[in-house]
Design a protein around this ligand. Structure first.
Ligand SMILES: C[S@@+](CC[C@H](N)C(=O)[O-])C[C@H]1O[C@@H](n2cnc3c(N)ncnc32)[C@H](O)[C@@H]1O
Length: 201
């Protein structure tokens, strides 16, 4: 399958270094779930190492950048996950939902395969930008406001979601997460009280 990240994902791992404080916040959001499917996993940033993980990633360029010994990866799309219903305790998606061709369908798939919790790290388009984007790259923030899902978009599929600010440390080592707003990117930990999506045997 031809993928955008097969073209733009070269060298991604070099500037996307997980920050341990953000990793701890994401692991806390996953709570005590023992099995996790990480969808849109890319090179594997923020995959927890203290529980069983299966990664899902459509772009081979990204798959090739995964560290030796990282979680097993399946080449697939969020919109058609090759797993049975409730096959994992939790589903995780980090900075990927805005890339999916059909976000509602992908979110339904997360809810279908996760029996306890869906955790999504994203940017809330109703939040402010920060000085770099506001003053120097306003077009960038306008594009992002159009493509990032709103809280209402998540709730349409998942039911009520809990929204937690993910505070970005001033000295964050991740070259990607702070680029929108040093103060606030959002993480969601969603108890699965959602509409029951279509099922798969
Ligand atoms: C910005 S990267 C984030 C990767 C990783 N989650 C991280 O935080 O480093 C977005 C990822 O979403 C993936 N992606 C794009 N379309 C997708 C789809 N339909 N299903 C699953 N992942 C997709 C891309 O290939 C890319 O690896």
């Amino acid at each position: 399958m031809a993928q955008l990240f097969d073209q733009i994902g070269l060298g991604y791992r070099d500037y996307r270094r997980p920050d341990p404080r953000l990793a701890a916040a994401i692991t806390r959001a996953l709570n005590r779930t023992d099995t996790v499917v990480n969808v849109g996993a890319g090179a594997g940033s923020y995959e927890p190492s203290d529980r069983a993980v299966v990664a899902v990633e459509p772009a081979m360029t990204m798959i090739r950048q995964r560290h030796a010994g990282s979680a097993p990866v399946v080449q697939a799309s969020a919109t058609d996950l090759p797993f049975r219903d409730e096959g994992f305790a939790a589903a995780l998606a980090v900075l990927t939902v805005h890339h999916w061709p059909d976000r509602a369908r992908g979110l339904e798939e997360l809810a279908r395969v996760a029996r306890q919790r869906v955790v999504v790290v994203t940017w809330d388009p109703s939040s402010f930008g920060f000085w770099l984007t506001d003053d120097y790259f306003p077009d960038l923030i306008e594009i992002d406001r159009r493509i990032f899902p709103t809280v209402a978009d998540f709730e349409d599929v998942l039911g009520r979601v809990e929204v937690q600010p993910l505070l970005i440390p001033y000295d964050c080592v991740d070259g990607r997460l702070p680029d929108r707003d040093r103060r606030k990117v959002l993480t969601r930990a969603d108890q699965l009280r959602r509409r029951r999506p279509r099922t798969r045997p």
